[in-house]
Every structure is written in C-alpha cells, then in structure tokens.
Design a protein around this ligand. Structure first.
Ligand SMILES: Nc1ncnc2c1ncn2[C@@H]1O[C@H](COP(=O)(O)OP(=O)(O)OP(=O)(O)O)[C@@H](O)[C@H]1O
Ligand SMILES: [Mg+2]
Length: 226
C-alpha cells in the first residue's frame, strides 16, 4: 500500500482568493527522502498540513481532490490515528518542546497511547538512538542547543512509530554543526525504512534527497530523481 497519495488536490484558505495548491498530484512511496522546495509563501507548509490532516481537521478552507494515507482518505481519519502513521516536525524548536526533561518529552506520545512501561522504555531508547541523543536522555530541554532541540522534537514524534515523517524547514536557523547532525538523523530515519518528506528552501539540504519537487504557483513540479 502506498503511504501517501495526493490526487488533484486544490486548496484555498477561507479568506484567500487564490488557490494555494492548484491540482497537486504526488505519491510518497515506501522509504526514501522526497524534498520539496519553493519560495516563501509558495504553499509548502500548506501542503504539509494537507498530508498530515491538519487541513481539514484543524484548519478549514476550500478543498477538492484527495489525500490518501495508506489508501484511506485522511479526511475520514481522526488526528490521533493519523499521528501514529505520519509525524510532523516544524521549524521552531522552542514552540514544540514542552516537557522539563528530554525523557519526559519523548515519553509523552507513547504514554498517551497507553502503552506498557516496557514498550514506552523501548521507544524512548530507540527514538533517542536514531537521532543520536541517547546521552541527553536526562537533560533539561531548556539546556539544549537549537539543533539538539530539533533532534528531540524529531525523537518525540518518532516515539509514536510513524512510517512517514514530514520535516518542515527543521534546519532553518540552526548552525552548521546542528544541521549536520539533523541530516545524519534524517539518513538514519531513511535507513530505518521510513518515508521522509523534507521541506526546505536551502539547496544545500538537497544532497540527501532521493527525489525533488518544487512548488510554484500552486503546482508541484518534479525536478529530478537520483
Ligand atoms: N491560515 C491562513 N489563512 C490565509 N492564508 C494563509 C494561511 N496560512 C498561510 N496562508 C497563505 O498561504 C500561502 C502559502 O503559505 P505557506 O505557509 O504554505 O507557504 P510556505 O511555502 O510554507 O512559506 P515559507 O517558506 O515562508 O514557510 C501564503 O500566501 C500565506 O500567506
Ligand atoms: Mg512554511
């Protein structure tokens, strides 16, 4: 089953006159890194919202076409269910972490799924391991650098064990060393068999992508395949 299928997706915000997405078609197949570029305001985040169900479940608008998650229309799934299949991490690390320690932060999702202590422990360990942050498990989140906060934001989403991860400008505003670590974490995610959608406006990030797309005037253009 294909993880994500987007068919003839057209979307505009309630007050907006233009279609932000204008007949977008896309497939995210099993494994690999799909990169999406585009100028500021081209609709990258809007597309992410459509793929992870924030549109239409939280933000509404005029929408037609379909987004299917493992073959099922995302509009018919509830957000809690969607979150176990697809995870999303945004740009600002400070707005995404809300627990005092790294361990609490990563445990939050699995605790809400009411998993056993044993399973929660396993998920904390494996999520921190994939992003290379096992040694920060007992650290206060406020003591982490911007790049480390993003790695923990990724780990906390990973703890729900989604098959698909959407990373929306997660390397913006992060220093070079932090960006290198995040890139390595993304490659580890790919090696774990997950599908990653990497949104970026920085061409330097594209070296890790397997396929590349550009959003322009509401259209999704396929740029190149490796
Ligand atoms: N809630 C909203 N209501 C109305 N218009 C919106 C809303 N959110 C975004 N927009 C508009 O939709 C367009 C696409 O915005 P979006 O945030 O998806 O672009 P983006 O490519 O992610 O930009 P950036 O690179 O700056 O993050 C912009 O013109 C923006 O002003
Ligand atoms: Mg954006």
């Amino acid at each position: 089953m294909i993880p994500v299928t987007i068919k003839n997706l057209v979307f505009s915000y309630p007050q907006g006159r233009n279609n932000i997405l204008d007949n977008v078609n896309m497939k995210i197949s099993g494994g690999g890194i799909s990169a999406i570029t585009g100028t500021s305001g081209s609709g990258k985040t809007t597309l992410c919202y459509c793929i992870c169900g924030i549109i239409p479940h939280i933000y509404s608008g005029k929408i037609s076409g379909e987004v299917l998650l493992f073959g099922k229309p995302i509009k018919d799934m509830d957000l809690a269910k969607i979150a176990t299949k697809i995870g999303i991490v945004f740009q600002e690390p400070d707005t995404q972490l809300f627990s005092p320690t790294v361990e609490d932060e990563v445990a939050f999702g699995p605790e809400n799924l009411c998993l056993s202590r044993d399973e929660i422990g396993k998920r904390i360990k494996s999520s921190l391991n994939i992003v290379g942050m096992e040694n920060k498990r007992y650290e206060h989140t406020s003591h982490l650098s911007g790049g480390e906060k993003q790695l923990i934001a990724i780990a906390s989403v990973l703890a729900l064990d989604p098959r698909i991860l959407i990373l929306d400008e997660v390397m913006s505003g992060i220093d070079k060393a932090g960006r290198m670590r995040i890139k390595q974490a993304i490659l580890n995610l790919k090696d774990s068999g997950r599908s990653i959608m990497l949104v970026t406006h920085d061409m330097d990030d594209l070296d890790i992508a397997d396929s590349m797309f550009e959003l322009k005037d509401g259209k999704l253009l396929s740029l190149a395949y490796k």
